[in-house]
Write a protein that binds this ligand. Sequence first.
Ligand SMILES: [Zn+2]
Length: 193
Amino acid sequence: MTNRASIALTFDDGPDPTHTPLLLNVLKQHKAQATFFLVGKQLEQYPDIAKQIITEGHEIGNHTYSHPNLRKLDYQQIYEELYIMDLMIRTVTGQSPTLFRPPYLYYNDNVLKAAKKLGYEMILRSIETFDYRNPGVRKIIKSVLGNLKHGDIVLMHDAGGNRMDTITAVEKILIECQKKDYQFVKVSKLLHK
Ligand SMILES: [Zn+2]
């Protein structure tokens, strides 16, 4: 057993044909693992990138089929959003996803019920980078390194716009944190070790 601090980096809304492969390269170079919460509409366009995510040792979570505000849907619609995406992940990767993150982090009792019914653990986050607002590399880094501690789950995005700042920030975060001997692990490992 080691006492190294573990951090989970998570990336939402992909796969993205430009940014996800670049991000995967950065993660590989720094021997970091991460969790990707994929959207079905992206996955059906870029299944090979999803396969690459798995091949390179990362983890895929369910971020719904069409990225709706689930609070505006009824139970059956919520269930379908999760179930269709669940099937797609299984079909493309051969793996059974266990983690779910609701779009915009919006949920209610029906969302919890549908996720539970499908055997999912709902994952929110402990550190928000707001990278989707394009605040710049320095602010993204500061939001992560500001008070990073063991067990943190960091929310970032590798799709939905120009995410080059996120990728640059991730590389600098990895370099800084590895000096401190932090390790970057999948969310499931963080939760269940
Ligand atoms: Zn999202």
